[in-house]
Design a protein around this ligand. Structure first.
Ligand SMILES: [Zn+2]
Ligand SMILES: [Zn+2]
Length: 242
């Protein structure tokens, strides 16, 4: 399958304003799931190929990243103390999965939220049935600047369509941009910047929800905050792992 070009994503986003008729990945027209149903953002072939990659291969026992030449824990997790008990990303953040997540995060294909919500809901049912989901909070001002938050869009659909219990009990205070920092820098930068909202009820064993697990620093800080507030066990679920 060819990588997605920026031009195609752009055209796709224009088309999707009218009707999402073309697959985000291959550009082929998508089939309606059933008569009267709206057409999805992916064609059946691309969706099948993507989903078949979820369960393949060994994963790191701590962060869930797919392992290439290591076994047990990935190189990055050895010697690192995360405050979450486990993390499970659905996809390796590369190829089609990466293109899809980027198309979603950039806002070019916000219509991918129901697709991600559907596969995350399946993972929640299978791995963490009945547990409360806590979305990783956006940086302060992000909603105002961008108009939407990619994690919250998915959380809303999990709640409304999939019956998942979601509690937005964390918030983030202002800090430096995380992207340019390494794990240690990220952890230091985040210290104390994630806090529990006033009056929030802390679930005993929440599942943190994020889009992409990069160093794990954000998830770890969220888990640390939740545990300080009384949570006994915190696991994390993400769409991709970088
Ligand atoms: Zn396709
Ligand atoms: Zn790992």
């Amino acid at each position: 399958m060819e990588p997605v070009s920026a031009a195609r994503l752009f055209c796709g986003s224009l088309v999707s304003l009218v009707a999402p008729l073309y697959c985000v990945l291959c550009g082929e027209p998508t089939e309606p799931a059933a008569l009267g149903a709206s057409r999805g953002p992916l064609c059946q072939a691309c969706a099948d190929a993507l989903l078949s990659g979820i369960r393949v291969g060994e994963r790191c026992s701590t962060c869930g990243k797919p392992l290439v030449s290591e076994s047990g824990r990935c190189m990055r997790c050895r010697g690192v103390e995360y405050r979450f008990d486990s993390a499970y990303p659905l996809f390796r953040y590369s190829g089609d999965a990466r293109a899809l997540i980027l198309a979603y995060k950039s806002g070019a294909r916000r219509s991918l939220a129901p697709f991600f919500a559907r596969i995350l809901a399946a993972a929640l049912r299978e791995r963490y049935p009945g547990r409360v989901v806590v979305p990783v909070p956006p940086r302060p001002g992000k909603l105002r600047r961008k108009g939407w938050d990619q994690v919250d869009d998915i959380a809303r659909i999990l709640e409304r369509r999939h019956g998942v219990l979601v509690r937005r009990i964390l918030e983030r205070t202002a800090g430096a941009e995380q992207k340019a920092l390494d794990l240690r820098g990220r952890a230091a930068n985040l210290q104390g910047r994630i806090r529990v909202r006033r009056g929030a009820v802390i679930p005993e064993d929440p599942i943190l929800l994020d889009d992409v697990l990069t160093t794990g620093a954000t998830l770890s800080e969220c888990a640390s905050t939740l545990k300080s507030a009384g949570a006994l066990r915190v696991d994390a679920l993400a769409i991709g792992a970088d």
